[in-house]
Design a protein around this ligand. Structure first.
Ligand code: 13P
Length: 395
């Protein structure tokens, strides 16, 4: 059978078996399709569970078409527009594409061995696709500024804080592409702000309360920090959750208070070791992201930084592998895309934290979805912290 100049809309579960003659193309049920298709318009058509094995398509428009569970093994495509088409669970073994526009094609869970495009076989193409894909990811990554933030925790007196920052300043003075932040104890904020004034080092606090003011002995409000010139604030750190009973609800309230005061929250999420061992890392992270950012607008979430800090990696010397860090950071981005939009997800800086040091930083920050780090121990040594910052410059 030969098709010429046809408009085809939906082909599903086909059984027609190499018959000649006219066919109604609005919907073909259970068809075995035909041998030669020439100059046909399949743009935007859907093909489901159809056997097109060995068939030949030339000079046809298949742009934006959708192929699902279709057998295209040994099929030939010549001078056809296949741009923007999607192939899901399709058998493309031995299929050949010659002179076709394949821009923006999506291929998911397909069998590709022996497939060729303009004479290149599928293994070369897969390699090309992977590199290309990485480039795309990296382009998006490059659009985000990496942030390397030190979390000093309960360390350093004022003179020690001053000495550390004085040592750090000249070491990082030429860094432009990375945002450098030192999150310091409340008692060091004033010192840190004055030592770093006019430099490329920003100052953050390690927590803030969610109320604006009132009878909350020992607490510090977001407004108090903002008034001092503090820019960042770490919220929901696992040590606060673990030792000071902070919950996702209070992290959510603190995040809203920080945003209202004009601070940039660094919101920490991460699973416990037993949660990872029970294979519920994604559930834990999804829950934290959903609750910590509950009722926070898309514009506001873009002002936040998210730090993925697996609790088992904090202060233990046990770093997550770069692959584990990438996997969860990518998962966090996917959650943001789900809760907000692709644009919001691509705009948010997602850091890794947990035993990041001068030796392992380069590999961690090279990952597509890891936009820097939240560093504890290694941020207390100017030289080590500098090595991490320089790694992020190249990452
Ligand atoms: P360490 O880098 O000391 O493991 O601490 C990580 C951390 O908790 C940063 O917030």
């Amino acid at each position: 059978m030969t098709l010429n100049n046809e408009k085809i809309e939906l082909i599903t579960d086909c059984t027609i078996d190499r018959k000649d003659g006219n066919i109604e193309f609005a919907e073909m049920k259970n068809s075995r399709f035909c041998a030669v298709v020439s100059e046909c318009d399949f743009s935007g058509s859907e093909f489901h569970r159809t056997n097109l094995s060995g068939d030949y398509f030339e000079s046809s428009d298949m742009s934006g078409a959708y192929f699902e569970e279709v057998n295209l093994s040994g099929a030939g495509f010549e001078r056809s527009n296949i741009s923007g088409a999607a192939f899901t669970d399709v058998n493309l073994r031995g299929a050949a594409f010659e002179g076709c526009d394949l821009s923006g094609v999506e291929i998911t869970d397909c069998k590709l061995d022996g497939m060729t495009v303009n004479g290149y076989d599928s293994s070369e193409l897969i390699e090309f696709y992977k590199n290309n894909h990485k480039d795309n990811g990296n382009m998006k990554k490059n659009a985000r500024k990496a942030i390397i933030a030190g979390n000093w925790k309960m360390n350093k007196t004022r003179p020690e804080a001053k000495a550390l920052l004085e040592e750090l300043k000249p070491l990082v003075a030429d860094v432009k592409s990375v945002e450098i932040v030192a999150c310091v104890p409340f008692t060091n904020l004033e010192t840190a702000l004055s030592v770093t004034a006019g430099t490329n080092i920003k100052i953050g606090a390690e927590n803030c309360h969610f109320e604006k003011s009132g009878a909350f002995t020992g607490e510090i409000s977001a407004d108090m920090l903002a008034e001092m010139g503090v820019e960042y604030v770490v919220l929901g750190h696992s040590e606060r959750r673990q030792y000071f009973n902070e919950t996702d609800e209070t992290v959510n309230k603190r995040t809203k208070a920080a945003l209202a005061a004009g601070l940039k929250p660094i919101v920490c999420v991460g699973e416990l070791l037993w949660e990872r061992e029970c294979n519920i890392t994604e559930e834990v992270i999804a829950r934290q992201i959903k609750l910590d950012f509950f009722a926070i607008s898309a514009d506001d979430v873009k002002k936040c930084v998210i730090a993925y800090e697996p609790v088992w990696a904090i202060g233990t010397g046990k770093t997550a592998t770069a692959e584990q860090a990438e996997e969860v950071c990518a998962f966090i981005r996917a959650q943001l895309a789900k809760l907000y939009s692709e644009d919001v997800a691509e705009a948010v800086t997602i850091q890794y934290g947990g035993s990041m040091n001068a030796k392992n930083a380069e590999e961690l920050v090279s990952k597509t979805n890891v936009d820097g780090g939240l560093i504890g121990g290694a941020s207390l040594k100017a030289e080590d912290f500098t090595v991490i910052i320089k790694a992020a410059e190249n990452g």
